[in-house]
Write a protein that binds this ligand. Structure first.
Ligand code: GTP
Ligand code: MG
Length: 200
């Protein structure tokens, strides 16, 4: 998919206030600092479209971006962000889950996981929850530039093994690096194919 335009639309904490259009929508979710916002910038080839930070907890709202004027990409706050009060943390969780449960335009969520780490229970639990809600999702391994090719292969294979203990098949998955641009075409082409399917 060629990117002709990418515009920030709106940030909010209320799913009811998300853009009221029928455009198909894809959302990035995952632990804080995993690289959700950076991946949006990489895909769109824009440095500061989505705000990024070395400190966890940068994205705190539901952010809509309009791509090629015909689909939305959504940047969500990270789950598992510990440095907020208990009350705020609950608020994050609720508007994340409300977003997934109520947003009818959502075609697919992508759960981002850092390729360097062992499968984390919070991610596996979130995928489990998505499955129970029958919400389609894919997995995006991030920060692939941080591992040597063999270690990367090993970690991805290990992740698959762990998932296949509870899932019948592996969801679509992508290996990416926002600093090197890895995985850009595969992910954009995948979204393009899903969008095309939806039109027919
Ligand atoms: P929250 O908004 O806090 O939930 O975080 P986020 O998931 O949006 O992460 P963000 O994109 O802000 O990136 C967090 C940190 O990881 C930043 O310091 C990025 O520069 C770094 N980072 C993100 N993607 C990559 C990558 O592919 N490679 C490397 N080396 N660093 C990355
Ligand atoms: Mg972010």
């Amino acid at each position: 998919m060629k990117i002709n335009s990418a515009e920030f639309v709106i940030s909010n904490s209320d799913v009811a206030k998300c853009p009221n259009t029928p455009l198909p929508e894809y959302a990035f979710i995952g632990r804080s600092n995993v690289g959700k916002s950076s991946l949006i910038n990489m895909l769109m080839e824009r440095k500061n479209l989505a705000k990024t930070s070395g400190k966890p907890g940068k994205t705190q709202l539901i952010n809509h971006f309009l791509i090629n004027k015909n689909w939305h990409l959504v940047d969500l706050p990270g789950y598992g962000y510990a440095r907020v009060s208990k009350k705020d943390k609950k608020t994050f969780q609720k508007y994340i889950t409300d977003y997934f449960l109520q947003r009818e335009q959502l075609v697919m969520g992508f759960v981002l996981v850092d390729c360097r780490h062992e499968p984390q229970s919070i991610d596996l639990e979130f995928m489990q929850w998505l499955g129970e809600q029958q919400l389609p999702f894919g997995i995006i391994f991030t920060k692939a530039d941080k591992l040597k090719p063999n270690a990367l292969k090993r970690n991805v294979a290990h992740y698959q093994e762990v998932l296949l203990e509870t899932w019948e098949s592996m969801p679509p998955y992508f290996i990416t690096s926002s600093s090197k641009g890895y995985g850009r075409e595969q992910l954009l082409d995948y979204i393009d194919a899903v969008n095309t399917d939806l039109e027919h």
